[in-house]
Every structure is written in C-alpha cells, then in structure tokens.
Design a binder for this molecule. Structure first.
Ligand SMILES: Nc1ncnc2c1ncn2[C@@H]1O[C@H](COP(=O)(O)OP(=O)(O)OP(=O)(O)O)[C@@H](O)[C@H]1O
Length: 275
C-alpha cells in the first residue's frame, strides 16, 4: 500500500455527505446524516452492531441502492452505474461458484472484463501460484478449506482490478486460528495494492490490523437512524507481525476504547447489549 507522502491532502475516492437511507415500505430509516470521506488507497474498517446498516452502506456505495437523502460519490461519479463501475464487491461468504474449479472461479473476474479464456486462465493461474493455491486450482470450492476459499475469493475480487474493493465480513466464516493466519497473510498480500478498501468486520482486532482507519456506525440516540459515531486510526501501515501488534500496549489501549464505544452505542436490538 502506497502511503501518501506528499503535502497535498489525498484525493477522496468516496465522499458521503449527510446521507440518509430508508428501505421502501420500511417504517424508519436505516442511515441518517452520515458523513464520511475515504481517501484513495485508504483501507477503512466499518464496525457496528448487527443490523446497524453496514452492508446497506456497502450496497449504497456500490450503486445497488440510491440514497434517500444526501449525496454519495465514488471517484467523482454519483450515478449508480458510475459507482458500480468502480467497485469490486466481496459479499458475505466466499461466493465462489460451486460448479467451477478454483482456476475458473478466479478467471471469471477477467472474463467479465472481456479477457479471452486462455489469457484469463493464465493470469488466474499466475495469481493462484503467487498466493500458494496453484496446487488446488483444478479442485472445486467444496474440496478446499475455508481459508483457501477466502483467499481465492479475494484473488478474484482483486483481479477485477477495480479501484474500490468492498468486502463484507470477508473472514467472518473462518475459525479463529485460520482467521488469524489469513489476517497475517492479508496484511502481507494487500500491502502492494493501490485499491481503496472498505471492509465490514465484527472483529475489532481485525479492523485495527487491516485498516488505516476504523469507523464505528451507531444510533446517535435510541430509535434514530445510524450515523458515523467515532473513528480511530488503524495499524495497517505498521509492518510489525500481527502477534507483536496485538501485544503492543498502544494497540490494546485503542482496542479498549473501541470496545467501550461499541458498548456505549448499545441502543440497538442486541439482547443483553450494555447501555
Ligand atoms: N432489503 C431489505 N429490505 C428492508 N429492510 C432491510 C433490507 N435489507 C436489510 N434491511 C434492514 O436494514 C437494517 C440494516 O441491515 P444491514 O444488513 O445493512 O445491517 P448490518 O449492519 O450489515 O448487519 P449484520 O452485521 O448483521 O450483517 C436491518 O434492520 C435490516 O433488517
């Protein structure tokens, strides 16, 4: 990941101003008064209680929904087609196609961009090789571990070569040990990507490890639409190994602050949520 070293402020890839959104026929809005700027190349982690609107926000950015109020632009385009054209989407789960082998699952991103089948397969093979998955490229997703599937899904999303990657709980289905391994691997792998990443996660450590900034979405008061409640710097630019970062007292302090803010945001429907 290139760190912007110039004195100029980084160009925003995504600008969200006073955004509100209500699903058709819903009694109340999901999001309201939301403001957010994501500089190009930044990794942003979105956290918030279940049902607070994180996936909805990703869909809005990708042009799959339209704001009810306010504005939202992606690389200067506010029309849905223009927003969608800039975004690769990694939905919850790995979303690999079960009837295709790994090679064709990854190659599909390039085929969608008009690349010929042989060329798409050659590039997919090179990527799978680079990511340690080439030995499994003829296997179907069901024959692979969860960690392998997630890596393949990420390879597919990155090969789409879009400037913005929207990932909805990309590691959510993994067990704790595999998840830690994939987090470490991801830190090393996406370091060279210039993509702007917006990632939803329920894991505060993961949010801090994989992002430059962590943003909490929460209701400002009970029953009100969710907005941006707070944000903290993330640790993605710190290249120390994951275990060292987790043991760093400064990291632990920010993690505590985030968990406290999360607890204080407990107006939502979660049973037993602290008030
Ligand atoms: N298609 C839809 N129509 C109506 N309401 C919806 C629709 N999709 C989501 N919602 C509602 O919008 C709210 C936000 O949902 P969303 O999936 O964005 O939350 P989330 O923060 O991503 O949740 P989670 O962390 O559990 O995945 C929820 O109350 C949900 O029930």
């Amino acid at each position: 990941m290139a760190i912007n070293a110039s004195a100029d402020p980084p160009t925003p890839a995504i600008t969200i101003d006073d955004l509100g959104f209500r699903y058709p026929k819903a009694e109340r809005g999901v999001l309201g008064g939301l403001r957010l700027q994501v500089p190009a190349g930044q990794h942003l982690a979105l956290i918030g209680r279940s049902g607070c609107g994180k996936s909805t926000l990703l869909s809005l950015i990708a042009g799959l929904h339209e704001p009810t109020t306010g504005t939202l632009s992606v690389l200067g385009r506010d029309d849905p087609a223009g927003r969608l054209a800039s975004c690769a989407i990694m939905p919850q789960g790995d979303s690999l196609l079960p009837w295709l082998n790994l090679l064709d699952n990854v190659a599909i991103s390039l085929r969608n961009r008009g690349v010929t089948r042989p060329q798409a397969r050659a590039r997919a093979h090179a990527t799978l090789h680079q990511w340690g998955l080439a030995d499994w490229e003829q296997e179907r997703p069901a024959a692979l571990s969860g960690g392998m599937r997630q890596r393949a899904a990420l390879a597919r999303a990155l090969l789409a070569d879009k400037p913005i990657l929207l990932a909805d709980e990309p590691l959510g289905a993994l067990d704790a040990i595999t998840r830690a391994e994939v987090q470490q691997w991801l830190r090393a792998t996406i370091i060279g990507s210039s993509a702007t990443l917006i990632m939803v996660t329920h894991d505060v450590d993961e949010a801090l490890l994989l992002s430059h900034r962590v943003v909490l979405l929460a209701e400002p008061a009970p029953g009100q639409p969710v907005s941006t409640a707070a944000s903290w710097p993330g640790w993605f630019a710190d290249d120390r190994p994951r275990e060292l970062l987790l043991g760093d007292p400064a990291f632990a302090t920010v993690r505590r602050q985030i968990l406290q803010s999360f607890a204080d945001s407990g107006f939502g429907p979660n049973p037993g949520a602290p008030r």
